[in-house]
Design a protein around this ligand. Structure first.
Ligand code: ADE
Length: 248
């Protein structure tokens, strides 16, 4: 997977793209990054990338030329045919809310371009004629698109085959299954009078699986009942939910 990032603050990405699972995925050549300062494409000697809005009012608006030129140069450098155009993702609070479903969709792409903006906004022609997806990471406003791009990139890299040490962990994640994850415990079995549930020490595989499913359901019911409404429940799940409700 190739990921290009357009930003005015490339230095923000250095630590994140070189560390942990993402850094290892780069070493394993599962993913490659190009971080581009679109000020380099400003085409004027002052490197001006923003300007005052037509019609007046406060704030600055990102100009179209630097961003169009940067995206075009990245796709041309790749020799991509018109038919194989990459998805161009604009980070903004008005975008579609990011979730695991969109992560799984974007993780299948071969080439993605992220545009990280600052200031008041983007010239509308960037949205209408360059961008394929506008994405928000949540209902709050950040100072720029860099942190959202990092959040999304992290979620995409860990879905690449071979990126996680344990392949199972991406499958059983909260949200991938549609349920929140069950509680985890490790040694010691007893810590300050706090003990691990007996069933996990029993070695009885089937009972443990049932307990885990029940605790996933309990947690989802308590914290995110909306996730259950979107889910098709098996007979076993319905029975476990009944048990949970009787315990209340
Ligand atoms: N830029 C500023 N706030 C944002 C958000 N919540 N999501 C994506 N991009 C943003």
């Amino acid at each position: 997977m190739k990921i290009d990032i357009l930003t005015l603050f490339p230095e923000m990405f250095t630590g994140v793209l070189g560390s942990s699972i993402i850094g290892k995925a780069v070493q394993k050549e599962l993913v490659s990054f190009r971080v581009v300062n679109f000020r380099d494409y400003a085409g004027n000697k002052h490197g001006q990338v923003d300007d005052t809005p037509y019609g007046g009012g406060g704030g600055m608006v990102l100009k179209p030329e630097p961003i169009f030129h940067a995206v075009e140069s990245l796709t041309e450098a790749n020799g991509e045919a018109a038919a194989a155009k990459p998805r161009v993702v604009l980070l903004c609070p008005q975008g579609k809310r990011y979730d695991q479903r969109l992560a799984e969709e974007l993780a299948k792409e071969e080439h993605l371009i992220f545009i990280c903006g600052h200031y008041e906004g983007y010239d509308e022609r960037i949205r209408t004629h360059l961008v394929t997806d506008e994405v928000s990471i949540g209902d709050y406003v950040l100072t720029g698109g860099e942190l959202p791009a990092m959040v999304i990139i992290d979620s995409l890299v860990r879905l690449q085959k071979g990126a996680l040490g344990n392949e199972q962990s991406a499958v059983t994640d909260s949200y991938s299954t549609g349920l929140l994850e069950y509680p985890h415990y490790t040694r010691p079995a007893s810590f300050r009078d706090l003990s691990v549930p007996d069933i996990l020490l029993s070695g009885h595989h089937e009972n443990i699986e049932r307990w885990r499913l029940k605790e996933s359901l309990r947690r989802t019911l308590e914290r995110r009942p909306d996730l259950l409404e979107r889910q098709e429940l098996t007979k076993e799940m319905k029975k476990l939910i009944e048990e949970i409700q009787q315990e209340l």
